[in-house]
Design a protein around this ligand. Sequence first.
Ligand code: MEV
Length: 435
Amino acid sequence: MTLFSGFSKFDRQQRIKYIIEHSKLTESESSCLDEYLAPVDHQQKTYHDMIENYIGNFPLPLGVVTNMVINGEVFIVPYVTEESSVIAAASKAAKYWGQRGGFSAKIDSMTKKGTIHFTWNGKKTVISTLFPKIREKLVLATTGITEKMRLRGGGMTQIQLIDKTAELPDYYQIDVSFETSDAMGANFINSCLEMMASVLLNINELNLDGDKVEVIMSILSNYSPECKVNCRVKCPVEMLTGWSKNLSKNAFAEKFKLAVDIANLEVSRAVTHNKGIFNGVDAVLLATGNDCRATSAGAHAYAARDGNYKSLTSIDITDDTFRYELEIPLAVGTVGGITRVHPMVKTAHAILNYPDARKLMMIAAASGLANNFAAVASLITTGIQEGHMKMHLSNILNQLNATISEEESAKNHFLGKSINYSGVAGFIRQIRDLK
Ligand code: MEV
């Protein structure tokens, strides 16, 4: 096996040529890498400069969910998703709850954390006695970095020494809490931590009997359980009409509760239940230029916070009232990162009327709850395939290169019928054979 160095030094055309020579990509297939380049030069440059080893753009559909009522305000919510029926499902649930008072959302805190992980091979008492002085130096060293953030109401709010030596010999943490205003804050937090880590190392110059600090790493934590949003819907059971013809309102509520109880009991169901939440959350976070890998990692850890992975939603039916709630940590930003760089991200923020970070957390959570509610409501009534395959019909027709008139005939033919690839392909074949 020969490994190649220097690919990153190639220009885009050289990279594509290299790939054609070393993979199954053909010259003609590679033309689609050109077809999706942005027509405007400065936009194309933006995409090109955003990553390493760039070869082309990879478009995903952007759609919107209308009628999303959150704390009395109506939003048009941009979704980037590849999955048929995600937007249809969220729209149905958003309108349903919009007619029943909408989503109520609140945020208790926006605190994020970062940690300097280090070892100290001296006595515990030495490091803990020195720590108040060290903390002063850490704050002082970062005043330049934190200045702008402090002016925006953010900055570092707490710096603590944590002794972890019982779990790992000599291991300590400096645990730092941050407020990052409307920024997600990853770069800000990491810059502060790295600066503080270099100051922490100054202890070694005190020559404390040869005892030493070694910094292992300094990094923000994507586990941000304090930076959490709580989003709820609520209505009298009497108003739970319209989702199922076959279930009474009470039976719908009770069956819905059982579905959530199962998600709290069974990890195999909990993961899929929560995946339905991320159908909405990630679609909004992608559209608004947020790092949904970070939020997903944090939220899944939160779902397992008591040792068992459970549903991120909870349900309560008392006093004839249906209450359904999502609690999810979501460290997101509306400034910084690619929010002002990616042209479509700017568009998404404009569609949302330029929310601040708190509002975006609520919008993403309401979207997650909308998608989850729609999924569970369908699962306990019709099943999801009916709605999903109705939307997926267009994908199948595109795969079959159906003409507009073939598409129309197929859509009429499959109205109310079950849809699968071979059924649709057979139908299109029949039309074509008749010609
Ligand atoms: C599909 O994208 C999402 C669902 O599987 C979620 C769920 O099962 O709750 C329908």
